[in-house]
Design a protein around this ligand. Structure first.
Ligand code: FAD
Length: 250
């Protein structure tokens, strides 16, 4: 099978910790995807000659297929996130995708109330879903929440307002402790509990970002009555459960 390539057509440094990239298919065909899906980019080889392949959620609307955008956090020591800022306009990267069967399923979300919750960099999936064709008629019955550390981390609120300017739903933003803080998960869960205390149990949910928080949120949703089959989840980091971090909601 021939190699699939993307060409970088625009990039914007947003702040010290993030960059926005816009790609188009090198073969000139439209890039078809469903909002909330992601691509896997091969950004080059590591020191041992192993390809560095990383997933990035598409944050632009699926109604625009001539190009799409991703936003990548600079992690300092991260391999891909250090290489990507050096990419020049017109350069090409091998890719696969779009991936993400759950959001790609035309039967999800089912009718009823939906929750879309993101932590940290997971806001990219949240934006992709909110801007998607499938959510366009459902924004009034969707509650959206972004749990982030500091205002200056990753995307600022102003930048997010710009990205979501064409839609009526803007996420409620809550500040949570930093990734290394031992109180982070319990604090995120307290916030989550207080939000759900005031509304109906969601029929559908999509969770993206820190796996340690998302697993606890998912358990709580199931406990409240959301069907597990209607809860989608993409852990961007902390993908495996760490036994020392289990939290009880009380
Ligand atoms: C489905 C999916 C979608 C994703 N979408 C995005 C996206 O839209 N934007 C984005 O920036 N990243 C996204 N990621 C994370 C991305 O794939 C890489 O893991 C990230 O860019 C780090 O790669 P790296 O090579 O720079 O770091 P690596 O050399 O792989 O190592 C860095 C370490 O940092 C951890 N890490 C990854 N992300 C974070 C974070 N936000 N905060 C703290 N630690 C982290 C990794 O788990 C790893 O342990 C997504 C991941 C998945 C699975």
């Amino acid at each position: 099978m021939s190699q699939k390539l993307l060409k970088l057509i625009h990039k914007e440094n947003l702040n010290l910790s993030s960059d926005l990239y816009q790609f188009e298919r090198s073969d000139g065909f439209p890039f078809e995807f469903v909002g909330g899906q992601y691509v896997i980019l091969n950004v080059g080889n590591d020191n041992e000659g192993k390809p560095i392949k990383r997933a990035y959620s598409i944050l632009s609307s699926d109604s625009k297929t001539n190009s799409f955008q991703i936003c990548v956090k600079r992690l300092g020591t991260g391999k891909a996130s250090s290489i990507l800022p050096e990419l020049k306009l017109g350069e090409e990267l091998e890719y696969s995708g779009p991936w993400g069967k759950f959001v790609g399923d035309p039967t999800w979300p089912s009718p009823g109330f939906s929750l879309v919750l993101a932590t940290d960099t997971g806001i990219t999936t949240l934006a992709g879903l909110l801007l998607s064709k499938k959510f366009s008629g459902r924004l009034d019955s969707t509650i959206t929440v972004w749990l982030k550390t500091k205002e200056e981390d990753f995307l600022s609120e102003n930048k997010l307002r710009e990205i979501l300017s064409e839609i009526s739903n803007f996420p409620t933003i809550f500040q949570i402790p930093s990734i290394s803080d031992p109180n982070r998960i319990s604090s995120a869960l307290e916030i989550f509990k207080s939000i759900l205390g005031d509304c109906t149990v969601p029929e559908n949910a999509f969770l993206s970002g820190d796996g340690n928080i998302l697993r606890e949120v998912r358990s709580e949703l199931v406990r409240l009555g959301t069907l597990e089959s209607r809860i989608g989840m993409e852990a961007f980091f902390n993908t495996q459960r760490n036994p020392s971090q289990a939290v009880s909601l009380g």
